[in-house]
Ligand binder design. Structure first.
Ligand SMILES: Nc1ncnc2c1ncn2[C@@H]1O[C@H](COP(=O)(O)OP(=O)(O)OP(=O)(O)O)[C@@H](O)[C@H]1O
Length: 215
């Protein structure tokens, strides 16, 4: 099977305790999987390891079958992996929606004109063109999540890592996120407590508690 991500015997300990150990996982090409588990079981920590933000204590991550030995080596895959944190309020760098959505393209040296074309396309795709010139901090939690997602998708990543994408959203915003994620053909790992949300999106669910098990 062609895989986007493989986890090989991943363990993580912080100063105080062992959070999880010996996690193995294969995420196939354009496969969508979910991770559930109780509070503090380490789901966000695992996502951050896969995103290349923190090192595992033991084991390693493979991205497109290449072993990653340290965080520096993740650099090669920075554009391929997009990580949506649980709390997006500190995620934004610009005041308005369109400025923020095109920020990463501009940082890569894309001209303003071209970045705006691509930015407008992504807003249209996610059906949030009406938010284009709004101040991000005036938006609702659900709108902010979709704007943050737009800012990730503009770089055309191959792998999406989503931490509680429907956390604290009302039913309508949740439905919108499901629609969007269902329409995206990419490899995805979604951490969520929402069973109905997960079941409408993913074929495989893992539980992280004492053990890491496929349900
Ligand atoms: N920056 C940090 N410093 C110290 N301990 C941390 C830090 N981040 C997380 N932890 C601890 O690591 C453990 C796992 O946390 P993590 O956020 O990964 O769990 P989680 O399964 O995502 O939880 P939740 O479902 O509540 O979001 C917890 O015991 C938490 O207190």
């Amino acid at each position: 099977m062609s895989c986007s991500v493989n986890l090989r015997e991943i363990s993580y300990k912080n100063d105080e305790k062992e959070i999880f150990k010996n996690i193995n996982l294969n995420l196939g090409h354009e496969e969508k999987i979910a991770i559930i588990g109780s509070n503090g079981s380490g789901k966000s920590t695992l996502l951050k390891i896969i995103a290349g933000l923190i090192n595992p204590s033991e084991g390693y991550v493979e991205i497109f079958h290449s072993k990653i030995n340290n965080l520096k080596e993740f650099k090669t895959y920075r554009n391929d992996i997009a990580y949506l944190p649980q709390d997006v309020t500190n995620h934004f760098l610009c005041p308005t929606v369109i400025e923020d959505v095109i920020f990463s393209l501009r940082a890569k040296g894309v001209s303003k004109e071209e970045a705006l074309i691509q930015g407008n396309e992504i807003l249209e795709e996610l059906k949030i063109t009406h938010l284009k010139d709004r101040i991000i901090f005036d938006l609702s939690g659900g709108e902010q999540k979709i704007v943050a997602l737009a800012g990730l998708l503009i770089l055309k990543p191959k792998i999406l890592l989503l931490d509680e994408p429907t956390n604290a959203l009302d039913e309508q915003s949740e439905k919108r996120i499901i629609e969007i994620l269902n329409s995206i053909k990419k490899s995805m790992i979604i951490v969520s407590h929402h069973r109905s949300f997960i079941e409408s999106l993913t074929s495989t669910v893992y539980r992280l508690d004492e053990e890491f098990t496929k349900l």
